[in-house]
Design a binder for this molecule. Structure first.
Ligand SMILES: Nc1ncnc2c1ncn2[C@@H]1O[C@H](COP(=O)(O)OP(=O)(O)OP(=O)(O)O)[C@@H](O)[C@H]1O
Length: 231
């Protein structure tokens, strides 16, 4: 994915003010920044969910700016939103089967094998799962659609450390399968474990980019662009 001069608005507020970045095939890129800088808005702009955008977004060489969400999804971009978006009254298995596409390289059975924690709960309604299980299920739902690029919006937010470790392992497995991942993530520790590159968003643009190692040696960037919550 190549993003060039991306601008995006809510009403008259210009939140994204000319973002430039790429996510190469097979790469995991993390998007960081203080609360409210526009990380979720970026994810929405990339998936046709923001009403007003300008600039350009290329996916596999084709412009997708302004494409409706279902078209973006069909091209192979799957968004796992911050609030997970699973069906509370449907079982785990029904949630997966409803999302599954025949041409996906991940079948429902593959996903259940990959996530034993939710396989054990396959007959449980989505609404009865713990936060961590819901997060795994929503990633599973994205995988069965057969994406090439997975967009994960704060997947570890609010989860216990042991579940975060499981999610990190899962992201590594997904990455090894060749999928590209763009991840909004506040924890530098998680970024260090899974991301090839980090992008820090500030004032609607990508203000810093580099590896987690670069950032650990750059106290100025950490104090300028990140909150104290970032370890
Ligand atoms: N639906 C909306 N209508 C109007 N303004 C919005 C809407 N959603 C978000 N905003 C504003 O847009 C700005 C960017 O919000 P966004 O959710 O993208 O930030 P974020 O970087 O993801 O932050 P957080 O870490 O808090 O989720 C914020 O100032 C927010 O108040």
């Amino acid at each position: 994915m190549e993003v060039r001069g991306l601008r995006g608005w809510y009403g008259k507020s210009e939140i994204l003010q000319g973002m430039d970045f790429t996510v190469n095939a097979g790469e995991t890129v993390a998007l960081l920044g203080r609360n409210g800088v526009g990380k979720t808005t970026t994810m929405r702009a990339l998936t046709g969910l923001l009403a007003r955008t300008e600039g350009d977004i290329f996916f596999e060489g084709q412009s997708i700016l302004g494409c409706p969400t279902h078209v973006v999804a069909r091209k192979g971009i799957a968004l796992v939103p911050e609030h997970r978006g699973i069906f509370a009254t449907l079982t785990v298995e029904e949630n997966l089967r409803l999302a599954a596409r025949q041409d996906s390289r991940w079948s429902v059975e593959d996903v259940l094998k990959l996530f034993p924690a939710i396989a054990r709960r396959r007959s449980t309604p989505g609404g009865k799962l713990s936060g961590g299980e819901q997060q795994l299920l929503s990633i599973g739902r994205a995988l069965v659609t057969g994406p090439k690029l997975l967009l994960l919006d704060e997947p570890t937010e609010g989860l216990a450390p042991i579940i975060v470790d499981q999610l990190v392992d899962l992201m590594k497995t997904v990455k090894q399968s060749g999928l590209s991942i763009l991840l909004v993530e506040q924890s530098l520790e998680v970024c260090q474990k899974v991301a090839d590159r980090l992008l820090i968003l500030d004032h609607g643009v990508v203000a810093w980019s580099g590896t987690a190692g670069d950032l650990s040696h750059d106290p100025h960037a950490r104090s300028t662009y990140l909150t104290l919550e970032n370890p």
